[in-house]
Write a protein that binds this ligand. Structure first.
Ligand code: SF4
Ligand code: SF4
Length: 371
């Protein structure tokens, strides 16, 4: 597992296989012997342009990776997260193990440090690593370097780590081996259910009406949207547009904090949520095709809506267990038929990671689709 540290060592003394240095458009980077490349137009600072310098003069690090950060006036934590992820991914292809990222003291806010760590862990994620047991490409150490004194940023490092690991867990769910993967469990449940399960593309009843999602679901959606913003920006913009409309329509009666999107947890809030947005389509649903635009990252509720899954009894007693399923499915089925088709869920792993996402409450899909 990658070890994450904060480092206040002067830049030229940082010991690393590669030191990532953000460079901005319009600023002439002269350090590390880069002036010539900058003047020749090879280092422009354009977003995510990566230039690897070997044995750069004046620093202990074996390599410096100049990472394009775009214009300095638009520089924010989201861009830093992307830069960190892209740089770490690139350096991993070179099998480099000890990586550091330099932040100017003025940029060393808690939000930025958290984003740098989050990006590094997201960038290091290798969905196929378990298949081969090949760990050659993993990063051993990632340090955020802020020269001189800086406030205690340990909490920011930890927050970035938890956010990224939760997202990687979500990505892992999409790629996990067959015996643990929800889609595989779904396929197996569907096989057993036969004609009792009537799910098909374009059937959208389960995509109408607001439902609460937990912090892990929200992180999954956030990770998905980050991917779409890079890979399919037009689709991401369409989804965001629908999410904004959804929020405008329902902001006034939102049973919680309409600014943060967090649902309230009082009795009154819960009662209001029962009647909240019950007739409206989920903003992730493409109304033209009836398909989910964030299918790979959809919340757990959506993954398990059709077949029977275990739900807590109304009394909250763990022994009082009921099997819930979509009302369109298992019409006329006996209790035994339903029980035979129960789908197993990866509850333990979900609960463990949810515990780590401290302080984050429940929200709704629309909020998780927006930045
Ligand atoms: S869970 Fe129900 S509403 Fe959703 S696709 Fe399946 S049958 Fe249709
Ligand atoms: S996230 Fe996707 S599957 Fe879930 S309700 Fe929205 S459109 Fe339907």
């Amino acid at each position: 597992m990658m070890r994450i540290t904060m480092d206040i060592t002067p830049l030229h003394q940082v010991e690393a296989d590669a030191l990532i240095v953000p460079v901005f458009e319009g600023l002439r980077e002269q350090r590390f012997g880069a002036a010539e490349l900058t003047d020749a137009g090879e280092v422009t600072g354009k977003p995510l342009e990566l230039t690897l310098l070997h044995h750069p003069p004046g620093v202990s690090a074996s390599r410096v990776l100049l990472a394009g950060a775009g214009k300095s006036d638009g520089w924010d934590a989201a861009q830093l997260r992307r830069l960190s992820a892209a740089a770490v991914r690139y350096l991993m292809t070179k099998s480099l193990k000890r990586i550091a990222l330099a932040l100017a003291p003025a940029d060393a806010s808690a939000e930025n440090v958290s984003a740098a760590v989050e990006g590094a862990i997201l960038g290091e994620f290798e969905p196929d690593r378990y298949k081969t047991g090949d760990d050659k490409k993993s990063v051993e150490r990632f340090a955020v370097v802020v020269e001189g004194n800086s406030p205690d940023l340990a909490a920011a490092v930890e927050r970035g780590r938890v956010l990224a690991e939760a997202q990687n867990f979500a990505r892992g769910l999409v790629n996990e081996p067959a015996n643990r993967l929800t889609p595989s469990a779904l396929v197996e449940a569907a096989r057993r259910a036969g004609d009792w399960l009537v799910c098909k593309p374009g059937c959208t009843q389960c995509c109408y009406g607001a439902f609460a999602i937990n912090a892990l679901d929200a992180l999954r959606l956030r990770a998905g949207m980050e991917t779409l913003r890079v890979d399919e920006p037009a689709l991401a913009a369409k989804i965001e547009g629908r999410a904004r409309l959804w929020m405008e329509e329902h902001r006034a009666e939102f049973p919680g904090d309409a600014a943060t999107g967090l649902l309230g947890d009082t009795e009154e809030d819960r009662a209001r949520f029962e009647d909240f947005a019950n007739e409206t389509a989920c903003p992730a649903l493409d109304p033209a095709t009836g398909r989910c635009d964030v299918y790979a990252w959809r919340p757990m509720t959506c993954r398990v809506f059709g077949p029977p899954v275990r739900v807590e009894g109304e009394s909250g007693d763990a022994d009082e267990v009921a099997l819930g399923h979509c009302e369109l499915c298992f019409v006329g089925a006996s209790k035994e038929d339903v029980t035979a088709c129960e789908m197993a869920l990866p509850q333990e792993a979900e609960t463990r990671l949810l515990d780590e996402v401290e302080g984050a409450g429940e929200t709704v899909v629309a909020f998780a689709l927006l930045r």
